[in-house]
Write a new protein. Structure first.
Length: 585
């Protein structure tokens, strides 16, 4: 793209419609006025010229998609030397210069008349892209602090710093792309155009810097608001509270939306994401196929029923006359465990010839990733699966509050441990009775008291037994497995030397000595590794509740700190539930 005065400019994605593909230029200004444009890719454009900006958005009938066009050129615009934005009339635009808002109407800044004889077609003629409402904002984010100059805009400062933001909540993420231009004192300096540079085209990563470019290092802060999301609908929207600081951030700075569920993050279609999945994908910088998808695929192919760790444990228990204990979350939430996996384990136990009465299911009830009183239905479905497989019985029921703590609240873990190892707890004749009794006392699934199903002590783990933990997500199984299987343990008095042979569905910790049914897939070149390899430092900070996520999961399943990495753990508050202290520590 060229300009009338031979001054180089930067065109972003030429439109095919002449109403959209246009640019303006003017002569070089005596003052030096800086503009900082930040696009969706977080690439800054810095120019040391008087600038004029035009942003248009049109619709290409032949392709059926939106065209986005941004032109930045040197020179003074026709409206007082201020950076100028032109948009379609149905676009939403807010321009703030030195804290003063400039309204926009009819595609021209209000209070300033358009050029007489402007032959350009009215931007209102451009058909809107279906289903979009563009939202564009230009906000002053700072000034250079140069002395006042009679040639500078408004006789205030010699340089303006502006930020241009395209709101993806309204535009669904306008696909703008940008190049980088090195600042120049005056006139036209060398610039970098991503559309013309073959190296950039072949290597579009924003971490790459063009040869010869001036690079300034600044600290990078990644803040993960775990559980926070964007939803246009108000019905059943959990994130609908007034959050002025968060909304100020999205107003001032570029924003984009990421999909956090289903195939885009390596989960089965329709399955919601979770903390582990989110941190793993963010740290890897690419789609990571999750353990649940790998296990599902093995069941479909039949490889699951030949898995050496699973088959080996079952065959050893059958040969030695022991019992097989299946321990994990029973629900269809799909976040920590899968009902399909448990059903397949029962099928495998039958195929390996285990005695029907020697397969015991210790059911953890959910109520967090599922409705709070849905557990009765899941236990009823499990009874049907047991009947169909011809092996097994529900031996105990316990809420995840007790069995799946991850914040070293060992008093909770001790209750679950006593249930498994000694048959300690309440007693019910059936699983249905156990959970119904909880509902009658207004206790939901998550908090079901440890309950033995059948005679007291009939379901306890004994010497020679095998324990198969079928949760595929690791973080909430680590604590109970430490108590059940590690030789060295000091959190509480375990009261017995019995240590069952344990097999875990996935790797719960690198230093656990247990057999693993589905070993992790190595993830090379994660973001933390690239930072470390570049000789940069990184600091991971989290409360106990999310410590594993910003370390183990964000590092692609690697436990050990990287060179240059520091970790800070803040103890989470010791409250029963975090609605009692939602601000956390």
């Amino acid at each position: 793209m060229s300009h009338d005065h031979g001054q180089p400019g930067l065109g972003l994605r030429h439109g095919q419609d002449p109403r959209v593909d246009r640019h303006l230029a003017a002569g070089q200004a005596p003052g030096v006025h800086g503009l900082r444009v930040v696009d969706e890719d977080r690439l800054p454009l810095e120019f040391a010229h008087d600038l004029r900006i035009e942003v248009t958005r049109g619709f290409d009938q032949s392709r059926g998609d939106a065209l986005d066009h941004l032109v930045v050129g040197p020179g003074v615009d026709h409206h007082g030397g201020l950076p100028h934005l032109r948009v379609r009339v149905d676009a939403e635009l807010r321009v703030l210069l030195d804290g003063e808002q400039v309204e926009v109407a009819q595609g021209v800044a209000a209070g300033r008349e358009a050029d007489q004889g402007d032959s350009e077609p009215d931007l209102a003629d451009v058909p809107p892209a279906p289903g979009t409402r563009p939202a564009i904002e230009c906000r002053a984010i700072g000034r250079t602090g140069a002395p006042d100059s009679p040639t500078s805009p408004r006789n205030r400062h010699d340089s303006w710093l502006l930020a241009l933001r395209l709101d993806p909540f309204r535009t669904h993420g306008l696909p703008l792309r940008a190049g980088v231009r090195r600042p120049a004192a005056r006139g036209s300096g060398p610039h970098y155009d991503l559309h013309r540079d073959p190296e950039r085209a072949a290597n579009p990563s924003p971490l790459r810097v063009p040869r010869g470019a001036v690079v300034t290092r600044h600290p990078l802060l990644l803040v993960i608001l775990d559980g926070w999301g964007q939803r246009e609908e108000s019905d059943a929207n959990a994130v609908a509270a007034c959050a002025p600081y968060f909304h100020e951030l999205t107003t001032r700075y570029p924003t984009a939306l990421l999909t956090a569920h289903g195939r885009d993050v390596g989960l089965p279609p329709g399955v919601m994401g979770n903390s582990e999945v989110g941190h793993m994908n963010l740290g890897a910088g690419r789609r990571v196929y999750q353990d649940v998808s790998r296990i599902d695929a093995s069941i479909e192919s039949g490889e699951f029923f030949e898995n050496p760790a699973l088959v080996g444990l079952m065959d050893r228990v059958r040969r030695d006359g022991g019992r097989l204990h299946l321990f994990g979350l029973v629900s269809n939430g799909g976040v920590h465990a899968s009902d399909l996996h448990l059903r397949s384990l029962l099928t495998l136990a039958a195929r390996r010839g285990l005695d029907a009465g020697k397969v015991l299911v210790h059911a953890i009830t959910d109520g967090r990733d599922t409705p709070p009183r849905s557990g009765a239905g899941f236990l009823e479905a499990l009874e049907r699966d047991i009947a169909e497989a011809g092996v097994g019985r529900i031996a105990s029921v316990v809420g995840r509050y007790w069995a799946m703590d991850r914040d070293e609240r060992w008093d909770r873990t001790e209750r679950a441990y006593a249930l498994l190892m000694f048959g300690g707890g309440a007693v019910a004749r059936t699983a249905a009775e156990a959970i119904q009794r909880s509902y009658e006392t207004d206790v939901s699934d998550e908090f079901v008291e440890p309950t033995v199903v059948g005679a007291q002590g009939s379901s306890r783990i004994e010497a020679g037994d095998g324990l198969l933990c079928f949760n595929f997500r690791s973080d909430r199984m680590r604590q109970i497995c430490r108590a059940l299987g590690l030789a060295e343990f000091e959190a509480f008095d375990r009261g017995t030397e019995v240590r069952p042979e344990i097999v875990t569905m996935t790797r719960y910790r690198e230093d656990f000595p247990f057999a693993i049914a589905f070993a992790p897939v190595e993830l090379p070149n994660t973001f933390p590794e690239l930072v470390s390899r570049a000789g940069l430092t990184q600091k991971r900070i989290a409360e106990t509740e999310k410590y594993a996520h910003v370390t183990f999961f964000f590092s692609g399943g690697k436990e050990q700190p990287l060179p240059g990495e520091e970790r800070i753990l803040l103890p989470s508050p010791k409250v029963a539930t975090y609605d009692l202290q939602p601000e956390m520590s």
